[in-house]
Write a protein that binds this ligand. Structure first.
Ligand code: EPU
Length: 416
Protein backbone atom coordinates (compact mmCIF):
# COMPACT_ATOMS: atom_id res chain seq x y z
CA UNK A 1 0.00 0.00 0.00
CA UNK A 2 1.33 3.45 -0.91
CA UNK A 3 2.50 5.81 1.80
CA UNK A 4 3.46 9.47 1.77
CA UNK A 5 6.65 10.55 3.45
CA UNK A 6 6.71 14.25 4.28
CA UNK A 7 9.48 16.24 5.92
CA UNK A 8 7.86 19.32 7.38
CA UNK A 9 8.98 22.84 8.00
CA UNK A 10 9.20 24.32 4.53
CA UNK A 11 6.87 27.21 3.71
CA UNK A 12 4.93 26.58 0.49
CA UNK A 13 5.85 29.09 -2.22
CA UNK A 14 4.72 29.52 -5.81
CA UNK A 15 1.69 28.93 -8.00
CA UNK A 16 -0.55 25.90 -8.29
CA UNK A 17 -3.24 25.15 -10.85
CA UNK A 18 -6.41 23.80 -9.29
CA UNK A 19 -8.03 20.77 -10.92
CA UNK A 20 -11.64 20.18 -11.87
CA UNK A 21 -13.99 19.44 -8.99
CA UNK A 22 -14.59 15.81 -8.10
CA UNK A 23 -18.02 16.60 -6.70
CA UNK A 24 -19.04 18.44 -9.87
CA UNK A 25 -17.58 15.82 -12.22
CA UNK A 26 -19.52 12.91 -10.68
CA UNK A 27 -23.03 14.38 -11.19
CA UNK A 28 -22.02 15.57 -14.67
CA UNK A 29 -20.94 12.05 -15.56
CA UNK A 30 -24.24 10.66 -14.26
CA UNK A 31 -26.25 13.23 -16.19
CA UNK A 32 -24.79 12.02 -19.50
CA UNK A 33 -27.07 8.99 -19.11
CA UNK A 34 -30.10 11.26 -19.57
CA UNK A 35 -29.24 12.12 -23.18
CA UNK A 36 -28.21 9.26 -25.47
CA UNK A 37 -25.20 10.31 -27.55
CA UNK A 38 -21.66 11.59 -27.29
CA UNK A 39 -20.88 14.02 -24.47
CA UNK A 40 -17.62 15.87 -23.90
CA UNK A 41 -16.68 16.76 -20.34
CA UNK A 42 -13.59 18.93 -20.11
CA UNK A 43 -11.43 19.52 -17.01
CA UNK A 44 -12.41 16.19 -15.43
CA UNK A 45 -9.93 15.38 -12.65
CA UNK A 46 -8.12 12.04 -13.01
CA UNK A 47 -8.99 10.56 -9.65
CA UNK A 48 -9.91 7.20 -8.25
CA UNK A 49 -13.51 8.39 -7.82
CA UNK A 50 -13.92 9.59 -11.41
CA UNK A 51 -12.37 6.31 -12.53
CA UNK A 52 -14.81 4.36 -10.38
CA UNK A 53 -17.72 6.30 -11.84
CA UNK A 54 -16.36 5.68 -15.33
CA UNK A 55 -16.39 1.97 -14.52
CA UNK A 56 -20.03 2.19 -13.36
CA UNK A 57 -20.99 3.86 -16.64
CA UNK A 58 -19.05 1.26 -18.63
CA UNK A 59 -20.89 -1.55 -16.88
CA UNK A 60 -24.14 0.11 -17.93
CA UNK A 61 -22.94 -0.02 -21.53
CA UNK A 62 -21.53 3.48 -22.05
CA UNK A 63 -18.26 3.96 -23.95
CA UNK A 64 -15.71 6.23 -22.31
CA UNK A 65 -12.34 7.62 -23.26
CA UNK A 66 -10.03 9.91 -21.34
CA UNK A 67 -7.56 12.17 -23.17
CA UNK A 68 -5.79 14.17 -20.49
CA UNK A 69 -8.67 15.75 -18.64
CA UNK A 70 -11.15 15.51 -21.51
CA UNK A 71 -13.61 12.73 -20.91
CA UNK A 72 -15.75 11.65 -23.83
CA UNK A 73 -18.79 9.59 -22.89
CA UNK A 74 -21.01 7.89 -25.46
CA UNK A 75 -24.25 6.89 -23.74
CA UNK A 76 -26.06 5.77 -26.92
CA UNK A 77 -25.45 2.07 -26.31
CA UNK A 78 -26.38 1.93 -22.62
CA UNK A 79 -28.14 -1.40 -22.24
CA UNK A 80 -27.96 -2.33 -18.55
CA UNK A 81 -29.68 -0.75 -15.56
CA UNK A 82 -27.60 -2.33 -12.82
CA UNK A 83 -25.00 -0.62 -10.61
CA UNK A 84 -23.39 -3.42 -8.58
CA UNK A 85 -22.54 -3.43 -4.88
CA UNK A 86 -18.82 -3.96 -5.59
CA UNK A 87 -18.59 -0.46 -7.06
CA UNK A 88 -21.28 1.40 -5.12
CA UNK A 89 -19.77 0.34 -1.79
CA UNK A 90 -16.46 1.94 -2.78
CA UNK A 91 -18.10 5.20 -3.84
CA UNK A 92 -21.47 6.36 -2.59
CA UNK A 93 -21.96 8.84 -5.44
CA UNK A 94 -22.53 5.83 -7.73
CA UNK A 95 -26.13 6.13 -6.55
CA UNK A 96 -26.40 9.15 -8.91
CA UNK A 97 -27.14 6.74 -11.77
CA UNK A 98 -30.49 5.86 -10.16
CA UNK A 99 -32.60 8.79 -11.37
CA UNK A 100 -31.13 8.90 -14.90
CA UNK A 101 -31.78 5.17 -15.34
CA UNK A 102 -35.36 5.51 -14.10
CA UNK A 103 -35.91 8.55 -16.31
CA UNK A 104 -34.49 6.95 -19.44
CA UNK A 105 -35.45 3.28 -19.09
CA UNK A 106 -38.20 3.23 -16.46
CA UNK A 107 -36.16 0.73 -14.51
CA UNK A 108 -33.04 0.49 -12.39
CA UNK A 109 -31.26 -1.88 -10.03
CA UNK A 110 -28.76 0.09 -7.97
CA UNK A 111 -27.00 -1.17 -4.87
CA UNK A 112 -27.63 0.68 -1.62
CA UNK A 113 -24.30 2.20 -0.56
CA UNK A 114 -24.25 0.90 3.02
CA UNK A 115 -22.29 2.57 5.81
CA UNK A 116 -19.53 5.10 5.64
CA UNK A 117 -16.27 5.58 7.54
CA UNK A 118 -17.80 8.39 9.58
CA UNK A 119 -21.21 7.02 10.45
CA UNK A 120 -24.59 6.88 8.76
CA UNK A 121 -25.06 8.70 5.50
CA UNK A 122 -28.65 7.94 4.61
CA UNK A 123 -30.20 8.19 1.14
CA UNK A 124 -33.79 8.38 2.40
CA UNK A 125 -34.35 11.77 0.74
CA UNK A 126 -33.28 10.40 -2.64
CA UNK A 127 -35.72 7.51 -2.30
CA UNK A 128 -38.70 9.37 -0.85
CA UNK A 129 -38.29 12.09 -3.50
CA UNK A 130 -38.28 9.57 -6.34
CA UNK A 131 -41.26 7.81 -4.76
CA UNK A 132 -43.13 11.14 -4.64
CA UNK A 133 -42.46 11.35 -8.39
CA UNK A 134 -44.19 8.05 -8.95
CA UNK A 135 -41.32 5.57 -8.73
CA UNK A 136 -42.41 2.52 -6.73
CA UNK A 137 -39.00 1.45 -5.43
CA UNK A 138 -38.34 -1.78 -3.53
CA UNK A 139 -35.27 -2.84 -1.60
CA UNK A 140 -34.36 -6.35 -2.78
CA UNK A 141 -31.20 -8.12 -1.57
CA UNK A 142 -29.46 -4.83 -0.83
CA UNK A 143 -30.48 -3.25 -4.12
CA UNK A 144 -32.87 -0.40 -4.86
CA UNK A 145 -35.09 -1.78 -7.58
CA UNK A 146 -37.50 0.15 -9.79
CA UNK A 147 -39.64 -1.41 -12.52
CA UNK A 148 -42.15 0.13 -14.93
CA UNK A 149 -41.46 3.58 -13.57
CA UNK A 150 -42.94 6.63 -15.22
CA UNK A 151 -41.63 9.72 -13.46
CA UNK A 152 -44.17 12.49 -12.91
CA UNK A 153 -43.73 16.03 -11.64
CA UNK A 154 -44.26 16.59 -7.91
CA UNK A 155 -43.59 19.16 -5.21
CA UNK A 156 -40.84 17.99 -2.88
CA UNK A 157 -39.66 19.96 0.15
CA UNK A 158 -36.42 18.60 1.61
CA UNK A 159 -36.30 18.73 5.39
CA UNK A 160 -32.47 18.66 5.29
CA UNK A 161 -30.34 20.48 2.73
CA UNK A 162 -28.70 17.67 0.76
CA UNK A 163 -26.34 17.94 -2.18
CA UNK A 164 -26.97 14.35 -3.23
CA UNK A 165 -30.76 14.46 -2.97
CA UNK A 166 -30.88 17.75 -4.89
CA UNK A 167 -28.72 16.28 -7.65
CA UNK A 168 -30.77 13.09 -7.78
CA UNK A 169 -34.18 14.80 -7.93
CA UNK A 170 -33.02 17.42 -10.40
CA UNK A 171 -31.95 14.65 -12.77
CA UNK A 172 -35.27 12.88 -12.21
CA UNK A 173 -37.31 16.01 -12.87
CA UNK A 174 -35.80 17.17 -16.15
CA UNK A 175 -37.38 14.31 -18.14
CA UNK A 176 -40.44 13.76 -15.92
CA UNK A 177 -43.93 14.40 -17.18
CA UNK A 178 -45.14 17.77 -15.89
CA UNK A 179 -43.68 20.23 -13.42
CA UNK A 180 -41.55 19.48 -10.37
CA UNK A 181 -40.89 21.96 -7.59
CA UNK A 182 -37.92 21.26 -5.32
CA UNK A 183 -37.85 23.29 -2.10
CA UNK A 184 -34.88 23.80 0.25
CA UNK A 185 -32.35 22.61 -2.33
CA UNK A 186 -28.57 22.67 -1.91
CA UNK A 187 -26.75 25.68 -3.38
CA UNK A 188 -23.29 24.12 -3.63
CA UNK A 189 -21.51 25.23 -6.83
CA UNK A 190 -21.51 21.57 -7.92
CA UNK A 191 -25.32 21.58 -7.91
CA UNK A 192 -25.56 24.86 -9.84
CA UNK A 193 -23.04 23.53 -12.37
CA UNK A 194 -25.18 20.43 -12.90
CA UNK A 195 -28.25 22.63 -13.37
CA UNK A 196 -26.40 24.69 -15.98
CA UNK A 197 -25.23 21.56 -17.79
CA UNK A 198 -28.82 20.28 -17.89
CA UNK A 199 -30.08 23.63 -19.21
CA UNK A 200 -27.41 23.47 -21.94
CA UNK A 201 -28.74 20.01 -22.68
CA UNK A 202 -32.28 21.37 -23.22
CA UNK A 203 -33.76 21.11 -19.72
CA UNK A 204 -36.17 23.77 -18.44
CA UNK A 205 -35.10 24.77 -14.94
CA UNK A 206 -36.08 28.01 -13.18
CA UNK A 207 -34.62 29.28 -9.91
CA UNK A 208 -31.02 28.03 -10.21
CA UNK A 209 -29.02 29.64 -7.42
CA UNK A 210 -32.08 29.91 -5.13
CA UNK A 211 -33.48 27.44 -2.58
CA UNK A 212 -36.49 26.67 -4.86
CA UNK A 213 -36.19 25.03 -8.25
CA UNK A 214 -39.08 24.71 -10.72
CA UNK A 215 -38.45 22.16 -13.41
CA UNK A 216 -40.70 21.67 -16.43
CA UNK A 217 -40.08 18.21 -17.80
CA UNK A 218 -39.05 17.95 -21.44
CA UNK A 219 -39.35 14.92 -23.74
CA UNK A 220 -35.64 14.58 -24.55
CA UNK A 221 -32.26 16.14 -23.87
CA UNK A 222 -29.24 16.65 -26.13
CA UNK A 223 -25.65 15.55 -25.47
CA UNK A 224 -23.44 18.39 -24.23
CA UNK A 225 -19.93 19.74 -24.28
CA UNK A 226 -19.21 21.19 -20.86
CA UNK A 227 -16.35 22.17 -18.56
CA UNK A 228 -16.14 20.97 -14.98
CA UNK A 229 -15.80 23.82 -12.47
CA UNK A 230 -12.62 24.12 -10.39
CA UNK A 231 -12.38 22.18 -7.15
CA UNK A 232 -13.07 24.61 -4.32
CA UNK A 233 -12.10 22.05 -1.68
CA UNK A 234 -8.76 21.32 -3.32
CA UNK A 235 -8.17 25.08 -3.57
CA UNK A 236 -9.10 25.65 0.07
CA UNK A 237 -6.89 22.74 1.15
CA UNK A 238 -3.87 24.36 -0.55
CA UNK A 239 -4.81 27.68 1.05
CA UNK A 240 -4.87 25.98 4.46
CA UNK A 241 -1.46 24.46 3.72
CA UNK A 242 -0.08 27.94 2.99
CA UNK A 243 -1.61 29.17 6.24
CA UNK A 244 0.00 26.39 8.24
CA UNK A 245 3.46 26.67 6.76
CA UNK A 246 3.68 30.47 6.74
CA UNK A 247 3.89 30.17 2.97
CA UNK A 248 2.81 32.36 0.11
CA UNK A 249 1.01 30.69 -2.80
CA UNK A 250 -1.18 31.60 -5.75
CA UNK A 251 -4.13 29.35 -6.60
CA UNK A 252 -4.80 29.49 -10.34
CA UNK A 253 -7.93 28.66 -12.29
CA UNK A 254 -10.30 29.08 -9.34
CA UNK A 255 -13.62 30.80 -8.69
CA UNK A 256 -12.92 32.71 -5.45
CA UNK A 257 -16.61 33.01 -4.58
CA UNK A 258 -16.84 29.21 -4.39
CA UNK A 259 -14.62 29.06 -1.30
CA UNK A 260 -15.22 32.39 0.34
CA UNK A 261 -16.14 30.84 3.71
CA UNK A 262 -12.79 29.02 4.17
CA UNK A 263 -10.90 32.05 2.82
CA UNK A 264 -12.69 34.29 5.33
CA UNK A 265 -11.70 31.95 8.17
CA UNK A 266 -8.09 31.91 7.01
CA UNK A 267 -8.12 35.71 6.97
CA UNK A 268 -9.48 35.65 10.50
CA UNK A 269 -6.58 33.33 11.36
CA UNK A 270 -4.16 35.98 10.12
CA UNK A 271 -3.62 35.10 6.45
CA UNK A 272 -3.47 37.80 3.82
CA UNK A 273 -5.77 36.78 0.97
CA UNK A 274 -5.98 38.51 -2.39
CA UNK A 275 -8.70 37.58 -4.84
CA UNK A 276 -8.81 38.26 -8.59
CA UNK A 277 -11.27 36.94 -11.15
CA UNK A 278 -9.71 33.48 -11.30
CA UNK A 279 -6.77 33.48 -8.90
CA UNK A 280 -6.40 33.74 -5.15
CA UNK A 281 -3.16 34.50 -3.35
CA UNK A 282 -2.74 33.36 0.21
CA UNK A 283 0.06 34.44 2.46
CA UNK A 284 0.29 32.69 5.81
CA UNK A 285 1.13 34.43 9.10
CA UNK A 286 4.16 33.35 11.19
CA UNK A 287 1.61 31.57 13.39
CA UNK A 288 -2.15 31.33 12.76
CA UNK A 289 -4.61 32.75 15.27
CA UNK A 290 -7.32 30.59 16.83
CA UNK A 291 -10.68 30.68 15.01
CA UNK A 292 -14.10 29.17 15.65
CA UNK A 293 -15.75 27.25 12.82
CA UNK A 294 -19.22 25.80 12.33
CA UNK A 295 -19.84 23.79 9.18
CA UNK A 296 -22.98 24.62 7.21
CA UNK A 297 -24.37 23.95 3.74
CA UNK A 298 -23.02 26.33 1.06
CA UNK A 299 -22.38 29.25 1.29
CA UNK A 300 -21.40 28.33 4.85
CA UNK A 301 -18.12 26.72 5.86
CA UNK A 302 -17.93 23.30 4.11
CA UNK A 303 -17.75 20.08 6.11
CA UNK A 304 -15.20 18.98 3.49
CA UNK A 305 -12.77 21.55 4.98
CA UNK A 306 -13.44 20.81 8.64
CA UNK A 307 -10.54 18.37 9.05
CA UNK A 308 -8.05 20.67 7.31
CA UNK A 309 -9.19 23.62 9.44
CA UNK A 310 -8.67 21.58 12.61
CA UNK A 311 -5.09 21.02 11.45
CA UNK A 312 -4.63 24.78 11.09
CA UNK A 313 -6.14 25.34 14.56
CA UNK A 314 -3.81 22.69 16.00
CA UNK A 315 -0.88 25.11 15.68
CA UNK A 316 -2.81 28.34 16.24
CA UNK A 317 -2.19 30.69 19.12
CA UNK A 318 -5.15 30.12 21.43
CA UNK A 319 -8.12 27.79 21.64
CA UNK A 320 -10.40 27.14 18.66
CA UNK A 321 -13.80 25.50 18.63
CA UNK A 322 -14.75 23.57 15.49
CA UNK A 323 -18.25 22.15 15.14
CA UNK A 324 -19.49 19.92 12.32
CA UNK A 325 -23.26 20.19 11.95
CA UNK A 326 -23.42 18.21 8.69
CA UNK A 327 -21.64 14.99 9.71
CA UNK A 328 -21.61 14.58 13.46
CA UNK A 329 -18.99 11.78 13.48
CA UNK A 330 -16.54 13.05 10.88
CA UNK A 331 -13.56 13.30 13.23
CA UNK A 332 -11.31 10.30 12.56
CA UNK A 333 -8.40 12.71 11.93
CA UNK A 334 -8.47 13.89 15.55
CA UNK A 335 -6.76 10.82 16.96
CA UNK A 336 -4.14 10.85 14.19
CA UNK A 337 -3.41 14.57 14.66
CA UNK A 338 -3.03 13.81 18.37
CA UNK A 339 -0.19 11.43 17.44
CA UNK A 340 1.54 14.47 15.95
CA UNK A 341 1.17 16.39 19.20
CA UNK A 342 -2.13 18.17 18.59
CA UNK A 343 -4.25 18.90 21.67
CA UNK A 344 -7.84 18.29 20.68
CA UNK A 345 -10.73 17.45 22.93
CA UNK A 346 -13.72 15.97 21.17
CA UNK A 347 -17.16 16.51 22.70
CA UNK A 348 -19.70 14.95 20.36
CA UNK A 349 -19.56 16.92 17.12
CA UNK A 350 -17.46 19.72 18.63
CA UNK A 351 -13.66 19.74 18.67
CA UNK A 352 -11.95 22.05 21.12
CA UNK A 353 -8.46 22.61 19.80
CA UNK A 354 -5.74 24.11 21.98
CA UNK A 355 -3.01 25.26 19.66
CA UNK A 356 0.54 24.04 20.24
CA UNK A 357 3.60 25.90 18.98
CA UNK A 358 4.70 23.05 16.72
CA UNK A 359 3.49 19.60 15.71
CA UNK A 360 6.00 16.80 15.37
CA UNK A 361 6.29 14.20 12.62
CA UNK A 362 4.86 10.76 13.36
CA UNK A 363 3.52 7.65 11.67
CA UNK A 364 -0.16 8.24 11.02
CA UNK A 365 -2.96 6.60 9.12
CA UNK A 366 -5.24 8.18 6.55
CA UNK A 367 -8.84 7.23 7.35
CA UNK A 368 -10.86 9.05 4.72
CA UNK A 369 -10.32 11.62 2.02
CA UNK A 370 -10.46 14.91 3.92
CA UNK A 371 -8.97 13.42 7.11
CA UNK A 372 -5.98 12.43 4.96
CA UNK A 373 -5.71 15.95 3.58
CA UNK A 374 -5.59 17.32 7.12
CA UNK A 375 -2.72 14.95 7.96
CA UNK A 376 -0.82 16.05 4.86
CA UNK A 377 -1.03 19.74 5.68
CA UNK A 378 -0.24 19.07 9.34
CA UNK A 379 2.84 17.11 8.22
CA UNK A 380 3.97 19.99 5.99
CA UNK A 381 4.11 22.22 9.06
CA UNK A 382 5.43 19.64 11.54
CA UNK A 383 8.98 19.23 12.76
CA UNK A 384 10.64 16.15 11.27
CA UNK A 385 9.26 13.32 9.18
CA UNK A 386 5.68 12.10 8.94
CA UNK A 387 4.72 8.85 7.25
CA UNK A 388 1.07 8.71 6.19
CA UNK A 389 -0.24 5.24 5.53
CA UNK A 390 -3.27 4.24 3.40
CA UNK A 391 -3.11 7.24 1.14
CA UNK A 392 -5.40 5.62 -1.41
CA UNK A 393 -8.02 7.77 0.31
CA UNK A 394 -6.20 10.87 -0.96
CA UNK A 395 -6.13 9.50 -4.48
CA UNK A 396 -9.94 9.57 -4.43
CA UNK A 397 -10.05 13.32 -4.41
CA UNK A 398 -6.74 15.12 -5.00
CA UNK A 399 -5.18 15.03 -8.46
CA UNK A 400 -1.38 14.55 -8.37
CA UNK A 401 -1.23 15.98 -4.86
CA UNK A 402 2.39 15.18 -4.12
CA UNK A 403 3.49 16.58 -7.49
CA UNK A 404 1.66 19.83 -6.88
CA UNK A 405 2.99 20.15 -3.33
CA UNK A 406 6.49 19.23 -4.48
CA UNK A 407 6.37 22.04 -7.06
CA UNK A 408 5.50 24.44 -4.21
CA UNK A 409 8.65 23.40 -2.38
CA UNK A 410 7.31 20.69 -0.07
CA UNK A 411 9.54 17.73 0.73
CA UNK A 412 7.14 14.94 -0.07
CA UNK A 413 7.46 11.53 -1.69
CA UNK A 414 5.32 8.50 -2.30
CA UNK A 415 6.69 5.12 -1.32
CA UNK A 416 5.17 1.64 -1.25
N1 EPU B 1 -28.94 13.41 4.41
C1 EPU B 1 -30.07 12.78 4.85
N2 EPU B 1 -30.77 12.01 3.95
C2 EPU B 1 -30.40 11.89 2.66
C3 EPU B 1 -29.25 12.54 2.21
C4 EPU B 1 -28.53 13.31 3.12
O1 EPU B 1 -30.43 12.87 6.01
O2 EPU B 1 -31.09 11.19 1.91
C5 EPU B 1 -28.15 14.24 5.35
C6 EPU B 1 -26.74 13.70 5.59
O3 EPU B 1 -26.70 12.73 6.58
C7 EPU B 1 -25.99 14.96 5.98
C8 EPU B 1 -26.69 16.05 5.18
O4 EPU B 1 -27.93 15.50 4.76
O5 EPU B 1 -26.16 15.24 7.33
C9 EPU B 1 -25.94 16.52 3.96
O6 EPU B 1 -25.53 15.41 3.18
P1 EPU B 1 -25.48 15.50 1.59
O7 EPU B 1 -26.57 14.68 1.01
O8 EPU B 1 -25.41 16.95 1.20
O9 EPU B 1 -24.10 14.81 1.27
P2 EPU B 1 -23.74 13.93 -0.02
O10 EPU B 1 -24.49 14.43 -1.19
O11 EPU B 1 -23.81 12.52 0.32
C10 EPU B 1 -21.84 15.52 -0.81
C11 EPU B 1 -20.38 15.40 -1.12
C12 EPU B 1 -19.59 15.18 0.15
C13 EPU B 1 -19.86 16.35 1.09
C14 EPU B 1 -21.37 16.54 1.31
C15 EPU B 1 -21.72 17.75 2.13
C16 EPU B 1 -20.37 14.44 -3.33
C17 EPU B 1 -20.12 13.27 -4.19
N3 EPU B 1 -20.19 14.28 -2.02
O12 EPU B 1 -22.21 14.31 -0.19
O13 EPU B 1 -18.24 15.18 -0.22
O14 EPU B 1 -19.23 16.14 2.32
O15 EPU B 1 -22.04 16.64 0.05
O16 EPU B 1 -21.27 18.90 1.51
O17 EPU B 1 -20.73 15.51 -3.80
C18 EPU B 1 -15.95 14.65 -0.03
O18 EPU B 1 -15.75 15.13 -1.16
O19 EPU B 1 -15.00 14.37 0.76
C19 EPU B 1 -17.32 14.39 0.41
C20 EPU B 1 -17.61 13.52 1.35
Amino acid sequence: MDKLVITGGRPLEGAVRISGAKNAALPAMAATLLAPGVHRLRNVPRLRDTQTFARVLELLGAKLSFEGNLLTIDTQGVNSVEAPYELVKTMRASIYVLAPLLARFGQARVSLPGGCAWGPRPVNLHLSGLQAMGAALEIESGYIVGRDVKLKGATIAFDVVSVGATVQLLMAAVLAEGTTVLENVALEPDVIALGEMLVASGARIAGLGTRRLTIHGVRALRPVDTEIIPDRIEAATFAAAAAMTGGNIRLEGVVPGHFEAPLGKLEEAGCVVQRSVDTVSVSGPPRPKAVNVVTQPFPGFPTDMQAQMIAVCAIAGGTSVVEDTIYLDRFTHVQELARMGARIELKGNVAVVTGVARLSGAQVMATDLRASASLVIAALAARGETVIDRIYHLDRGYETLEKKLGALGAEIRRVN
